[in-house]
Design a protein around this ligand. Structure first.
Ligand SMILES: Cc1cc2nc3c(=O)[nH]c(=O)nc-3n(C[C@H](O)[C@H](O)[C@H](O)COP(=O)(O)O)c2cc1C
Length: 300
């Protein structure tokens, strides 16, 4: 069976990607990065960011809560110091970009117009500072505007990463499609918080994003809700820890998957997911991805 998958202009060797913020820039584990479909880098902003105060991670039985606060070197240092290093990797590299205004998204895309960058994933979880501070990803109108503006600036593969926080992702997915995205990825972390014994916020950033196994049922629901109504592919993300989790996302309609928190537990997790997925397909004599992708709906 052929595992290659094309999204936008990018051909991925297989359907498993390392999710943004959970695999750095892929440079510490080239043996993993080069054998999965590709990596999505940690989120890059125009200016460098120190991120949230410590502690940044809270563990609970179903997953984790993080408030990393988009710590990153900023686009100029990324270009100068990290991009040349990324040339050592053979896999596809999608750069996750986060802007605080449409102009910043454009600046990021323009500043990263290099061959080694295969595409962009738009992280829409920042507040829109020029428009009342509402998070971009919670407004279908803004999602469409940003996607359109970025689409005009680049021919590279464009993935829009959507949230399930207080918005129907079908509305924002449709807006991304309308704006010219090549794919949507769902979902990003969900809002959450944790308290310590004295009733204070546990995380330095006070609130954070929930990820890990507890996210999977909701993420799966979102993927099924969106996938059959779209003409562009859906990339599933949220709580994928095993090959079977990945099969579930494909069955619900995802064309590709991203592995996040699992990589924090075991840096080889994304490769393990891909290997288990491949084994499952061989055991079940799957001839074509299309036999699995969206099969849940076909069996209803
Ligand atoms: C520590 C950490 C940092 C993250 N950083 C980013 C980021 O910079 N940009 C982004 O779009 N998503 C970021 N995410 C979200 C993940 O890419 C993913 O969408 C989410 O964690 C759900 O998948 P999972 O349950 O497999 O982790 C981050 C997640 C974690 C746990």
């Amino acid at each position: 069976m052929k595992y290659r998958i094309k999204i936008g202009r990018t051909v991925f060797a297989n359907p498993v990607l390392a999710a943004s913020g959970t695999f750095g820039f892929g440079l510490k584990f080239p043996g993993v990065a080069n054998r999965i479909g590709g990596i999505v880098t940690k989120g890059i902003t125009v200016e460098p960011r120190e991120g949230s105060p410590l502690p940044r991670i809270y563990e609970f039985p179903g997953g984790i809560l993080n408030s990393v606060g988009l710590e990153n070197p900023g686009v100029r240092r990324f270009r100068k110091e990290i991009l040349p290093e990324l040339r050592r990797l053979k896999c596809r590299v999608i750069v996750n970009i986060a802007g605080f205004s449409i102009d910043e998204f454009i600046e990021l895309v323009d500043g990263l117009d290099y061959k080694r960058v295969d595409g962009f994933e738009l992280n829409l979880s920042c507040p829109n500072v020029k428009n009342g501070g509402v998070t971009f990803g919670q407004s279908p109108r803004m999602v469409e505007r940003i996607t359109k503006a970025v689409r005009k600036s680049t021919n590279k593969t464009l993935i829009v990463k959507l949230t399930g926080n207080f918005i129907d992702p079908l509305k924002t997915a449709k807006a991304a499609e309308q704006g010219g995205a090549d794919a949507v990825c769902l979902i990003n972390t969900l809002f959450g918080m944790a308290l310590d014994e004295s009733g204070r916020h546990f995380l330095g950033g006070r609130t954070g994003g929930i990820s890990g196994p507890c996210l999977k049922p909701f993420a799966l629901f979102c993927v099924e809700r969106v996938a059959s109504k779209m003409t562009i592919p859906v990339i599933g993300c949220g709580g994928i820890m095993s090959g079977m989790d990945a099969i579930d996302f494909l069955s619900a309609g995802a064309t590709m998957v991203q592995v996040g928190t699992a990589s924090l537990v075991n840096p080889k997790a994304s490769l393990a997911v891909w290997q288990a997925l491949g084994d499952w397909c061989r055991r079940h004599e799957v001839k074509d991805w299309e036999d699995i992708v969206g099969r849940t709906k076909r069996q209803d």
